[in-house]
Design a protein around this ligand. Sequence first.
Ligand code: NAD
Length: 539
Amino acid sequence: MTDITAVSRGSGRNPVAPGAGRTVASAVPRSLVARLARGVNAAAGAETVRTIAPLTGEPLAELPQSTPADVERAYRLARQAQRDWAAQPVRRRAAVLLRFHDLLLRRQDEALDLIQAETGKSRLHAFDEILSVAMAARYYGRRAPGQLRDHRRNGALPVLTHTVEARRPKGVVGQISPWNFPLELSVGDALPAFAAGNAVVNKPDTQTALTALWARELLVEAGLPAELWQVVVGDGPVVGPEVVERADYVSFTGSTRTGREVAQRAAARLVGASLELGGKNAMLVLSDADLDQAAAGAVRACFSSAGQLCVSVERLFVHRSVADAFLARFAERTRAMRLGTGLAYGADMGSLASAGQLEVVTRHVEEAVKAGATVLAGGQARPDVGPFFFEPTILDGVTPEMAVCAEETFGPVVSVYRFDTEEEAVAAANSTPYGLNSSVWTRNTRHGARLAARLRTGTVNINEGYAAAYGSVASPMGGMGDSGLGRRHGTEGILRYTEAQTIATQRIMPIRPAFGLDEQAFAAVLTGGLRALKAMGFK
Ligand code: NAD
């Protein structure tokens, strides 16, 4: 039997990918930063905040901070623009998304540079965002007219009542986004809101505001009226509540802790909210899994975007009969991952996004090791590569008292657990208040689908970590339990930005005694009518 610990420790630290020759300073010049910063809704002379590029720690941008008065102004402008926009035919609105799709694919390198500069992720992981946003743009660009069209419904009384269900835009959507997927979680989520006839006031995380501002420019180039998408920037606990207080609907993505606060504020105002929150996602490797595929899949599932991905896997359950063979493969692949700072394809993993992220990841790993966990791969920070780099890490022997066991690490750290029966694996996977994503690996995909139905997560991927379900944009994506409320993608992902309106027209006779019937006769006629409708199979 292979000694996993010996194998993984034997060959030392993760290698470093060669540099790409392009620096953050050359890819994101000051002139670009200054132009994008003008898109922030902030008064002249506003206070500014500096951001740094996590890959290298060098200064990146100086961004104006919006005040409550700026947020108020943003809503005023957005509201004015929304009225005309909502009056446009849906097809015309949807056409903007299709033009945006083409522009984004053509100019993807600009976005990839900004995403890498602001988040520190590798280029391939940044490309995940181009993929998901382009897919959403095509999907809603093509489907929105059908999803939003009026539907004829059965009326209260057949023939006599003509009923139509219509969809009206909410108005101005307040959208609050985190830093980890700055393109997808700003423009990606805003596209269906625009298609449905809304305006958006977006508060991106300050660290990644440039990407959102760039996407705004591109969408305006594709034909979106400029005033329709307002961007405000500032400290989350200060500016975030100002956005929620004025919104007709709130679209929030971020941590469960902040999500609860946002939900309370929205509830107090009786406005709806969708909340896309944290996770502690599980991957199950069954006894019949293709172990090479599963090991390669686990690398993607656990370490894409350095684990700073809401749907990323942090708990890996492996059937005991294949655990050693699987872990040998997984550890080997993990140790071979090349870390890199280059603004080009070629590195397998980039940096964490901030000192705060590095602190949490380091704490989770160090605490676990001190309490007896074993490091199968990685386990250490890599300041030699960049200030916030941490190696992709596999932990074995993690026990419930360790923070890494149940808390979201949101970094490149996965804990491995062995199971004997699938009952046990399902119970363990479900033993978390979160319910965002899970992943099942088996050669018997029918069996995998049956197992999937027992997992309490909004998405389940079979023989893939997260991309199959997340990329299926025609189908809803979101969390159960502490992972959120509501769904993005699919029909639900656009209808959340609308109010249903029922328009019923009564014809020939009213729904009350008429044509000389007294009340008792009227009741008798309707009673007979109800029985007949049921007997006829009327729905
Ligand atoms: P966060 O909750 O700290 O911040 C998210 C956003 O909320 C930021 O723009 C922040 O400035 C703002 N904010 C902070 N305090 C606020 C307040 N009191 N009121 C209103 N807004 C406020 O989360 P984060 O650390 O930036 O993001 C990481 C988290 O996001 C992780 O938990 C991750 O799992 C989750 N996430 C979830 C999804 C999903 O689709 N479910 C996607 C990406 C990230």
